[in-house]
Design a protein around this ligand. Structure first.
Ligand code: FO1
Length: 306
């Protein structure tokens, strides 16, 4: 089984390529849940939904989230009734959040609800939340502490960030099957997701990072950054906050205790020596993924390394 750690829209692109290159039933995915949030009383799990929608062929490709062809009539009416509208929940997408919220309030765990959802949507890959416990990325800005979605979507990641922390992380445990998947994987892939707010929370769940360090299989990452700016989102800004250089070398630094190899952009070939000094093999490739062909090619290059 090939295991992939992911969060956000960048990771989902590589997952799409991987699922097209190998039998999807051979792929297990550990997903960030620290971006999860309550909107209109509904529990929304963006990273899990983005992965399941991607693998079910239902994702809105140009947004990188939500369901293709969705409408927003319910959200408009919610706005008229005085609800916040900055987080765009589509009409079909709302069905996911209504059902997930009902199952969670009936006492089911997030991992059970996730397994039910991927099964009913015909997804063959296992999708594991990093934890069934509530973990929330909190962003401390000059204007105060806000949630990840308030930072990322409402404020369009423009505020200056002083600190990022994961509320609830200390007493959280990995969800069922996560540690076993890390131990049994024939290869592990760290997707090109935000190292601070997508991969960071996964690594911070007690037990997960140690399992990766102790893993016998090769762990191959793909940099979400080319030069000093991220391919999508605020990774470069947030890495500065966590004392990581906002570059592919900074990504290598952040994963140095468990990474075997890091795929970096051809533009960053000059960083190979300092990454290899960390004991990590640096492989340069075209890491931009716009077409499915791009995603499949990069997936093949990563699979060749694991
Ligand atoms: N991202 C946005 O930039 N704007 C949105 O309005 C938005 C809505 C949304 C709804 C459902 C969902 O699953 C994801 C959504 N996202 C939106 C993306 C989301 O903020 C990010 O994918 C992750 O949280 C970042 O890793």
């Amino acid at each position: 089984m090939i295991l992939a750690l992911t969060g956000g829209t960048g990771g989902a692109k590589l997952i799409q390529g991987l699922a097209a290159e190998i039998d999807p039933a051979e792929l297990t995915i550990i997903c960030n849940t620290a971006d999860d949030a309550i909107f209109h009383g509904l529990y929304v799990s963006p990273d899990i939904d983005t992965i399941i929608y991607t693998l079910a062929g239902l994702l809105d490709q140009e947004k990188g989230w939500g369901l293709a062809g969705d409408s927003f009539a319910a959200l408009e009416q919610l706005g008229r009734l005085g609800e916040e509208m900055w987080f765009k929940l589509g009409d079909k997408d709302l069905a996911t959040h209504i059902r997930r919220t009902r199952l969670l309030s009936a006492g089911h765990k997030l991992s059970e609800v996730t397994d039910w959802m991927r099964t009913v949507l015909g997804v063959k890959s296992k999708v594991l939340p990093m934890s069934d416990d509530r973990i929330e990325t909190r962003v401390v800005t000059a204007a105060g502490e806000i949630s990840f979605q308030e930072y990322f979507v409402r404020e369009r990641w423009s505020p200056e960030v002083h600190q990022v922390f994961f509320a609830g992380i200390d007493k959280s445990i990995p969800s069922p099957g996560v540690l076993t998947a890390i131990r049994n994987a024939r290869g592990i892939i760290v997707c090109p997701s935000n190292p601070v707010t997508s991969i960071g929370p996964i690594l911070a769940v007690p037990g997960i990072r140690r399992a990766l360090v102790e893993s016998k299989s090769r762990v191959v990452g793909v940099s979400p950054i080319i030069g000093s700016s991220s391919l999508s989102g605020p990774a470069h800004k947030l890495m500065k906050v966590t004392d990581l250089e906002s570059s592919a070398a900074g990504v290598a630094q952040g994963y140095a205790d468990f990474l075997t190899a890091l795929v970096i952009g051809v533009e960053d070939e000059g960083l190979q020596p300092c990454i290899e000094k960390l004991g990590i093999k640096a492989v340069s490739a075209n890491i931009r993924m716009n077409s499915l062909a791009d995603k499949r090619r990069l997936a093949r290059e990563v699979l060749a390394l694991v």
